[in-house]
Design a protein around this ligand. Structure first.
Ligand code: TNX
Length: 774
């Protein structure tokens, strides 16, 4: 009897999980009621139109047929009663808005209702997500696959926001047009409806403009420095050929626009002005303040000083010509004109710009930028379109109808909404997909930051401080992929998937239906869909972070582990070997009291997912000993850093380094009792791009009281030269053989950055970590 009960109970559990796993729709529908039973979609299934709206239904039907690989017959009057049916029924139900749909699946019938084309399209997207991930495979469906099972369900679905965007920077790196189609597919499967196409920037002009052919002949090409770090690429030398780049022809763009429209995506093209324009100025230097010459930079430029001349009317005629062609190609309402990060130094020095300021009665260069944008806005609105720009367009006064894209936090968006302007939110903190999505030491090089999946998911586009009235100006939000560190499209997929899924749910699903644990379960299937579709995606949300907390009283350390995803099983080893499915399972924090290398991985159904987290804990004679510092450290690390048993990584802000700003390190360690010391090793970090240098000398001494020390050895270290890679150095002093209770370390800061360094003469940093005593 007892055995039977247990059996029934465990059956019940797995049935429940199986039930839940039948519904993995992302973004989560506004209303979904699950039901028992399935609808079997097979060659016997017939389609029935209950409507006149044939064209849209036809495309929904074709899509379904193509994807499932099953052609459908149209229902006839004398329909055999045993055939199940997919019915398409129009509705004028206003609750569905422009993009909503209703979907009812019973064993006998699937009923789809929508009022507008987007609704039909999204109904099909949802249907696909009721099927196994395999339906996303681009491969021909296997022949035995002659039926698909839809779980029964009832859905009423509409999006929360009308602007559900994804941006892609194709200037910093160019992606061929086929990649753009794939990107649009990715957007469509997430029910995203705006593609913000960042077509121009300093490092490349990517759109053919018939009237100005040099924009792409010259502006689309730069010298190839792809093997160097983005921020230290040498400019084009005289006589050197520009070979890296590319652009989209107008014919290509027309096809992309059509494809996007078929997927309910509006493209917002961005033509940057007045700055981020070096590529354009390399082609047409007459529109700059200085007259040039310019070359297209192969990498990072800062500050952004190259700028269109605002005092020259011909600059505006040029831009109007460009925009006229752009508006011809892109039928959407919004035209993005950039406006970000303009350093106005050239305008200050330019006689024409100064004359313009005077003649227009402007206060300064900030108002000149505002004049610039307002003048362009007049042109755009006269063509029946709307201007949108980055939040810098607020400075010096907003153009009357402008929509603001808030990227430097939310303040710009809030200010604009309060001035009755529409806004699109895209704050760096949550919406920049060029930021790291996992711990930086486990990820490919990215620009910086840290925006893991759960952080994107936690984003709320409507700031609390807005009134209901003001909040109506928030059209939605978008995520941006800047591509400085993103040379190939596969990497763009890695950076955006699955964060795009989190953003999609933020933008589509009702706020109160957003629950991380639930999303984290559904996203597992989403990853399988990416896999089937052949998309490169990140498993970083499964990477295990290993946290080690020293306890000064017990002189042990407590180890805890976790992943962003809530479901996986974590397994670990303590001897540095790779964790396997048979390794120790992590249940709760535990303590260790010997040197070990902890490695931990997340397992889903016995398979390792994500990156293995690794932590080395060093047990040595000074572990958790008290340290007195003569000079304070400035930032990073804690008072415990030097004796906590942990070593810092190559990232200076990983919490394991103490940073001294120009100060030397003088640390006295109290070992608690007289101790025999045979070796001392200290660790330092050097990252000259971040103004961090190794010490010029390190000196060790040992004493029996805090004031008398006997030298135990010293070493000098040469000052870094140019182009030295970021590295860690261990300064080890062996065969000391001294006895004492106190140990003193002095490490001399280089003081100021050396002559060759951009920060020459300014305060340098010294970064120190664990002092290992044996
Ligand atoms: C700032 S966001 C920029 C871009 C860079 C990006 C890198 C914005 C309007 N301007 O030019 O690519 O940071 O994160």
């Amino acid at each position: 009897m007892l055995i039977l009960t247990v059996f029934v109970w465990s059956q019940g559990m797995s049935a429940q999980t199986a039930e839940a796993s039948r519904y993995n729709i992302i973004p989560k529908p506004a209303r979904i009621e699950t039901a028992k039973g399935t609808f079997i979609f097979s060659p016997k299934t017939v389609a029935r139109y209950l409507i006149a709206d044939e064209k849209n239904v036809q495309s929904a039907l074709t899509l379904l047929e193509e994807i499932t690989g099953i052609p459908m017959k149209l229902a006839s009057k004398e329909q055999s009663p045993d055939a199940n049916t997919i019915s398409f029924a129009p509705t004028t139900d206003e609750r569905l808005g422009d993009e909503g749909y209703m979907l009812e699946v019973t064993p006998e019938e699937i009923t789809i209702q929508a009022g507008k084309p987007a609704g039909w399209f999204y109904a099909v997207q949802t249907l696909l997500q009721l099927l196994p991930a395999e339906v996303y495979s681009k491969k021909e469906k296997s022949p035995w696959r002659n039926h698909w099972e839809f779980p029964c369900v009832s859905i009423v679905d509409t999006p929360r926001f009308r602007w559900r965007g994804m941006h892609l920077d194709v200037s910093r790196h160019f992606f061929p047009v086929n990649d753009i189609y794939t990107y649009l597919d990715m957007l469509a499967m997430h029910k995203l409806n705006v593609f913000h196409w960042h077509l121009t920037d300093d490092q490349g002009w990517r759109i053919e403009i018939k009237k100005y052919p040099r924009l792409t002949e010259i502006g689309a090409w730069r010298v190839d420095r792809e093997n160097q770090h983005w921020n230290s690429r040498e400019p084009q030398r005289a006589g050197e050929k520009a070979t890296y780049g590319g652009y989209y022809t107008q014919e290509e763009i027309k096809r992309v626009v059509k494809y996007a429209a078929d997927h309910n995506i509006t493209i917002v093209p961005e033509i940057e002005m007045p700055a981020h324009t070096t590529a354009a100025l390399a082609a047409y230097p007459q529109f700059s303040c200085t007259g040039g010459p310019f070359t297209v930079p192969p990498g990072g430029v800062w500050p952004i000083t190259d700028i269109y001349c605002a005092g020259n009317d011909s600059t505006f005629y040029f831009l109007q010509d460009v925009l006229a062609e752009v508006m011809e190609l892109f039928p959407g309402q919004f035209i993005h004109v950039g406006g970000d990060e303009a350093d106005k130094k050239e305008w200050k020095a330019c006689p024409k710009c100064r004359a313009r300021i005077k003649q227009e009665g402007l206060k300064d260069e900030t108002e000149l930028q505002s004049y610039f944008i307002k003048r362009i806005e007049r042109f755009i609105t006269s063509h029946g379109r709307r201007l949108i720009g980055w939040d810098e367009i607020l400075e010096g006064g907003l153009a009357p109808e402008a929509t603001v894209m808030s990227w430097r936090g939310e303040a710009g968006g809030i200010a604009a909404a309060r001035q009755n302007h529409d806004v699109v939110m895209t704050p760096g903190s949550h919406c920049y997909f060029d930021y790291y999505q996992g711990l930086p030491d486990m990820e490919p090089l990215a620009i910086g930051g840290y925006t893991p999946l759960s952080k994107v998911y936690s984003y709320e586009p409507v700031p609390e401080s807005l009134s209901a009235e003001e909040a109506r100006h928030v059209l939605g939000a978008q995520a941006n992929l800047w591509t400085e560190y993103n040379p190939v499209f596969e990497h763009a997929q890695y950076m955006t998937l699955p964060r795009m899924a989190a953003m999609a749910e933020v933008l589509w699903s009702p706020k109160e239906r957003r629950v991380w644990d639930d999303f984290s379960r559904r996203v597992e299937l989403q990853l399988m869909r990416y896999e089937e579709a052949g998309y490169n995606y990140s498993k970083s949300a499964y990477s295990v972070s290993v946290t080690v907390m020293p306890d000064t009283i017990s002189k042990r350390v407590t180890v805890s582990m976790g992943t962003e995803m809530t479901t996986p099983v974590i397994r670990y080893t303590l001897d540095g070997t790779e964790p396997k499915n048979s390794s120790q399972r992590y249940e709760q924090p535990f303590t260790i009291d010997k040197t070990c290398v902890i490695r931990a991985g997340a397992f889903v159904e016995r398979n390792l997912r994500g990156n293995i987290g690794e932590r080395k804990v060093l047990f040595h004679k000074a572990i958790l000993a008290d340290v007195k510092l003569t000079y304070p450290f400035e930032r990073y690390g804690t008072n415990r850093t030097l004796t906590d048993g942990l070593r810092g990584t190559l990232s200076f802000n990983d919490g394991n380094w103490q940073g001294y700003h120009q100060n030397d390190v003088e640390a006295v360690i109290d070992l608690g009792k007289s101790t025999t010391i045979s070796s001392i090793t200290t660790t330092f970090l050097q990252n000259t791009a971040s103004w961090i240098f190794f010490p010029v000398s390190v000196e060790y001494s040992v004493g029996n009281d805090i004031s008398t020390f006997v030298a135990a050895g010293s070493q000098d270290i040469p000052v870094a030269g140019k182009d030295e890679a970021t590295s860690i150095k261990e300064i080890q002093q062996d065969t000391i053989n001294m006895t004492g209770r106190f140990l003193r370390i002095r490490a001399k800061n280089v003081g100021v950055c050396p002559e060759w360094h951009p920060g020459r003469g300014e305060k340098a940093w010294l970064f120190i970590d664990e002092i290992v005593v044996e």
